[in-house]
Design a protein around this ligand. Structure first.
Ligand SMILES: [Zn+2]
Length: 279
């Protein structure tokens, strides 16, 4: 999402919101959050930093990079007084503002970075080897295509084994990106969604649907209690006493049911499933 996002450092709020909307929509798909679920809750359960914060980091990083590249045109712009046009926002001004608001130390360059433009790859011809001969190929015209293909493939495999190639795909390290201490990540997706909705209170139980969206005939539980919410369903509702006793022979605290170990959370999800309630 944040690829090249420093370029959006001066984007208007409306334009940036268009990108944020994509992230928030993805978060709703990932967590199973409903329309009213606060973005903060979704970000925290997925361990995801807000896009606005990530943009700030990228801008500051890009700004520092420019400062260190003595020959870069942006370096001159930054070093010369950038506040000639006070009314217009520009990259330098916004970067300096973020720098100041985060109270970051000023990393003025002692030794400028070497730009990669100083060694363009096309000037490194000495390293490029052009292979014209392939072992086993005597005359291209007299051999069939399939044979030529196999011999070339063999040569490539031998000379440039696959572990020489730069791997551009992920090595799986992203799977550790979330907060692994939270047992919710060990559950099945369906169970994760149930637990997440119970935790945030943004679910399809009657209290939330009625108080937030005015959906349904009222916030009351069919048992007569005046508030059908996670607390009532998990702990109090007399209509679910049998199921509750089956899944929790011993009384268990709300905190353990929603934030406990993976097996405990699994039981909560199973209980909700058995109760026939839509979460
Ligand atoms: Zn009830």
């Amino acid at each position: 999402m944040e690829y090249g996002i420093a370029a959006l450092g001066t984007a208007s709020k409306t334009n940036f919101q268009k990108i944020e909307r994509v992230q928030n929509h993805s978060l709703r798909i990932m967590t199973g959050g409903i329309k009213s679920t606060p973005i903060n809750s979704m970000e925290s359960v997925r361990g995801l930093e807000s896009l606005a914060d990530r943009r700030k980091k990228k801008i500051v990083c890009q700004y520092t990079k420019f400062q260190h590249l003595a020959n870069h045109p942006m370096c001159k712009l930054i070093t010369n007084n950038p506040r000639k046009r006070l009314k217009r926002t520009n990259f330098t001004a916004s970067a300096q503002q973020i720098h100041k608001s985060l109270e970051l130390p000023d990393l003025r360059p002692d030794t400028p970075l070497q730009s990669s433009i100083d060694w363009p790859p096309w000037n490194q011809q000495s390293q490029i080897e052009i292979v014209k001969d392939i072992d086993g190929v005597t005359s291209k015209k007299s051999m069939i295509k399939r044979e030529l293909h196999c011999l070339t493939q063999n040569m490539l495999d031998k000379k440039y084994p696959s572990n020489y190639w730069i791997r551009a795909f992920t090595d799986g390290s992203a799977s550790e990106a979330h907060n692994s201490k939270d047992a919710i990540h060990k559950l099945s997706r369906a169970a994760q969604v149930t637990i997440f909705r119970l935790r945030t209170g943004h679910n399809r139980l009657k209290h939330h649907l009625f108080s937030r969206f005015k959906i349904g005939d009222g916030p009351n539980c069919p048992c007569g209690a005046n508030r059908q919410d996670a607390q009532h369903v998990l702990q109090d509702c007399p209509l679910l006493d049998d199921a509750r006793l089956k899944y929790w022979p011993e009384p268990r605290e709300m905190n353990q049911k929603l934030y406990g170990s993976a097996p405990q959370l699994g039981i909560t999800a199973e209980f909700i499933c058995a109760s026939d309630l839509t979460i």
